[in-house]
Design a protein around this ligand. Structure first.
Ligand code: NDP
Length: 247
């Protein structure tokens, strides 16, 4: 197995949940990490924890992934601080589940902006450097909702299907370069993701079902990411689906 040691790993949405776990676990395995999100207070705390507990370097870059120039600046700051970018984890995302008849068009737009345009801006900003380096790894966080559609997940699923389509196309396009592409599709993971839902019917269902479903931990997804990153350079892990076992 290739080591993560010495790699520069950029994680969007590193201020909580899965992104935070990926950044921390990458630093534990001796990567230098770049922490991107909007809530810099939380990123600063994670940076302090990473530096004191793992001894690795962590750079905080305030980034709204819906703003193309901010994502470009994220990659530029990474290169000027660490000289390269080895791994980009396009993890930032929002899941504003609702029934389409509720017509929450602002939330549809937000999901498209963060979940799809955010990933595109990440690819746009990082891929030229990776191609120039002849090496790199783009990891896109989709979802099982990018494999199946549920009654309230039409728009969220549409964004996550789009993420998978981008991963699948990129993987083929880049297969003769040194750039690897991994699509990660988590099932339900314990995190803040559902806290932003505003549809009362969906919130009611979530409350009713709370305790019924055993969720994964963010670390379980970080392990899947680290598995893909730590393969030998010629091994391209393209698709990982991780579901909780309902035992
Ligand atoms: P969290 O809500 O805990 O984390 C979401 C992260 O995305 C936060 O760090 C948030 O940071 C960031 N984010 C949101 N909007 C923006 C933005 N405009 N610019 C930059 N960052 C943004 O949820 P999870 O950790 O669970 O979600 C991470 C990813 O995993 C998402 O893509 C989600 O769709 C996916 N996923 C999650 C599952 C789950 O069950 N939890 C299942 C399947 C997939 P900030 O607000 O500070 O900007």
């Amino acid at each position: 197995m290739e080591n993560v040691n010495g790699k520069v790993v950029v994680v969007t949405g590193a201020s909580s949940g899965i992104g935070e776990a990926i950044a921390y676990r990458a630093a534990e395995q001796k990567a230098d990490v770049v922490l991107a999100a909007r809530r810099t207070g939380r990123l600063d705390k994670l940076k302090a924890r990473i530096e004191s507990e793992t001894g690795q370097r962590a750079l905080v870059v305030e980034t709204d992934v819906t703003d193309r120039s901010q994502v470009e600046a994220l990659v530029e700051k990474t290169k000027s601080e660490f000289g390269k970018i080895d791994v980009l984890v396009n993890n930032a995302g929002v899941m504003l589940l609702s029934f389409m008849a509720k017509d929450k068009v602002d939330e549809w737009e937000k999901m498209v902006d963060v979940n799809v345009k955010g990933v595109l801006f990440g690819v746009h900003a990082a891929l030229p450097s990776m191609l120039e380096q002849d090496s790199g790894h783009i990891i896109n966080v989709s979802s099982v909702a990018g494999h199946e559609v549920f009654a309230s997940s039409s728009v969220y699923s549409a964004t996550k299907y789009a993420v998978r389509a981008l991963s699948m196309g990129l993987e083929k396009e880049l297969s003769k370069t040194g750039v690897r592409v991994t699509n990660i599709s988590p099932g339900a993971v314990e995190s803040e993701l559902a806290e932003h839902i505003t549809d009362d019917d969906i919130l009611e269902r979530f409350k009713e079902r709370a305790g019924e479903m055993k969720k994964l931990q963010a670390d379980d997804i970080a392990n899947a990411v680290l598995y893909a990153v730590s393969q030998p350079p010629a091994v391209n892990v393209n698709e990982v689906v991780v579901r909780p076992l309902q035992k």
